[in-house]
Write a protein that binds this ligand. Sequence first.
Ligand SMILES: *Cc1c(COP(=O)(O)O)cnc(C)c1O
Length: 708
Amino acid sequence: MTTCADGSLISNIRPLQGIFVAGSGTDVGKTVCTGALLRALQQAGCAVQAVKPVQTGVLASEVASSSLSDAAVYSKALEGIRPLEHLHASAVLHCFGLPASPHLAAAKENMRLDCQNLCHDILTHWDALQASALLLEGAGGLHVPLNEDEDMLDLMAILGLPVLLVGGNYLGGLNHILLSVAALLHRGLSLVGLALVPAPDPAKGCPGVDVADMLADNARILQKKLRVLGCDAPLIEVPRLETLDQAGWEALACQFGPLAERMASNWPGAGQKKLTGHLSEEESLVQRDRRTVWHPYASATSLPRLNAVKRTYNNRMVLAGGKELVDGMSSWWAAIHGYNHPRLLDALHAQAGRMPHVMFGGLTHEPAVALAERLLAVLPEGLERVFFADSGSVAVEVALKMALQYQQSRGETQRTRFLTPRGGYHGDTIGAMSVCDPVTGMHSLFSAMLPEQLFMERPSCRFDQPFDPACLNDARQMLTAHGKEIAAVILEPIVQGAGGMWFYHPEYLRGLAQLCREADTLLIFDEIATGFGRTGKMFAAEWAGVPPDILCCGKALTGGMLTLAATVCTGRVAEGICRDNGVFMHGPTFMANALACAVACASLDLLASGDWQKQVHGLELALHEGLAPCRDMPGVADVRILGAIGVVEMLEPVNTRSLQKFFVDMGVWLRPFNRLIYIMPPYVTPKEDALRLCAAVEEALRQGAHLS
Ligand SMILES: *Cc1c(COP(=O)(O)O)cnc(C)c1O
């Protein structure tokens, strides 16, 4: 079986159209409803096929004939209506003889089902068909296991199709159905209908219950609950028929008629590329965006190239048009565990249920305290106090203010400036911007309000070359000349990120820390990009073994799910600021947001398992292998790799717009800037996907997509 990871196929397949029919449990009439909907859709003129991704309890040789086979039911459902010439009524992709849960039935035959492969099989099957839609029928309920780790709901979430939920109308059925609806909505799936099928003995175990009354009450409550959830899916009450003959199927199909008509009108026909004059979902979203929204570093009038993303999972993004991209950016360093990680989602949902947010003045809560404890346990030694901020730039502002307040409280009131290397990036707010590289950091635009800081040479010694002590000369000179005015030195340890993706020698940091001590000034590390494993160490400062006085982290802190950052300082800094009843003067409204803190704790749990080290190391090797061919290509100035960061530096600025289009066409998401094409994938990226990102870069250079 080919895996989905080769990707090439997936990204070129037309978007999957259809409905996933799922049950709130087993034996709730899923197959009958699928058959009835199949009939209704075909009658609505839709070329649709019913597909069982996994069928258990039937031998492969008996799929067509066995009375236990769902395929046999689908065929019956279509009796008496004109068959589609080019399309079989149904297909079964995996068949196992044991009438048990898919994971067990597969194991019995020494097979292991998994979501990526099933998804691949479904898409391949779809691609080979001349169908306008598929009706996919699950096996059992939503949480029926496909293997030890994944269940039917995981498969449904990856496919992202709208769902027809089939539930049994009986005593207790309501509970199953509502739990299933909640599970579907939590996974971001949309409900297109709820089919309610009466059980053979609806009041079993409860003699004396007025059955008709109870069934009607179930339906009424469900309808109401759906409305409260903002879900306008119709409730379809399916009659219970003693015998399912042709007339019976016709009666059932009638119930599904309106749903079938509505769905069929949304699906362009088989083989049809696009209706002229009709905007695709992606195009119309981009158009609405262009009327109302402003994008980062972009014009509001001369419009940027945009792609609309509809869903994400693992290391993949699914565009509104259905195209799937391999992510090479981790959404700007943040999504280190990939997207929609179940552990992070669970933490988010659980905290949302308890307490989404309270003000942090005069109040505290478990997620904030736990996160502070957990952070201090993994941060470089000596850091003792955590101040939560709501974004990286704010964390940098907080760090600068801490340094200023510290110097003031010890009487060094003339220490009001910051020293920083050129080529740095620290954020876009005023204070943070003032310490960004003065050329690429927009200083000329905002010079009227930017405080003037001190700049020294970029650390010139490469990470991978022998150390040259001369690279500290400028720092030494600046600290000698201006030492008494400097409140703190601020820099990104080891990796300068957005300012040039430059990796410098750890010895530089050790030397600089020594110079700061001699000048009696503070040292601030901005680990917003480098923190949480990206460089191969938990924090980049560990490469040098020097602890800072203040450290900022953000970006990957919540695994990329919510905005949160932290500024952490030593006991000496904290005590300095607070001496003589001093207080630190900062307090964002959403400080220590409980949702973000809870997700960050879950992200630290994932990191604590230690898998990230193997993953980052594996990515480092893959990036070395995959980017090697770029070294000798024309126009390339340098290729460098550290941890899970791969950089191809060009001699000239690249055309971001045309490159971005090229990459999307290739099925990868990379966003180069200036002279830099760089890759920093989620840690969970499989090797094949890492190589695919590299291959896309190589191919772009080969074809000159960066020029134009
Ligand atoms: C991204 C970044 C920031 C700014 O963080 P935001 O969350 O975008 O405000 C600051 N410093 C570094 C090193 C960064 O990479």
